[in-house]
Design a protein. Structure first.
Length: 102
C-alpha cells in the first residue's frame, strides 16, 4: 500500500513539473541587439500593439521573456475604470497571444 501511494505521489509531482513553463527574462541590455538583428520588433511597436487593444489604458509594467526560443513581450495595463489587463505579444511577429483581465 505504501509503495502504491509513493508511486502516485511521485507521478503527480512529475506531471506538475512537466506543466511548468520554461521562461527566462531577457536582460534590457540585449534588447537593442535583438531589435537590430530583426529578431524582435521594437518595444515601442509592441507597446503600441498592447495599447491598440486597450486605447484608454496605461502601461504599468512590461517584461520580455524567452520561452523555449520564442520571445514573448508581456504587458500589464490599467484602463480608465481601474481594470488591469495582461497582454502577451509574440515579440517577433507582433501577434497578440493573450489578452485577459488580471
Amino acid at each position: 500500500m505504501t509503495l502504491t501511494r509513493t508511486t502516485l505521489i511521485a507521478a503527480l509531482l512529475g506531471v506538475a513539473a512537466a506543466g511548468t513553463v520554461y521562461a527566462d527574462d531577457v536582460p534590457h541590455q540585449q534588447v537593442p541587439q535583438l531589435v537590430k538583428d530583426g529578431t524582435i520588433q521594437s518595444l515601442e511597436t509592441l507597446d503600441k500593439v498592447a495599447l491598440d487593444k486597450h486605447p484608454q489604458a496605461q502601461i504599468t509594467d512590461t517584461e520580455l521573456e524567452n520561452e523555449y526560443g520564442r520571445y514573448i513581450y508581456q504587458v500589464e495595463l490599467r484602463d480608465a475604470q481601474g481594470q488591469e489587463w495582461d497582454v502577451d505579444i509574440d515579440a517577433s511577429t507582433g501577434d497578440v497571444l493573450k489578452d485577459e483581465r488580471d
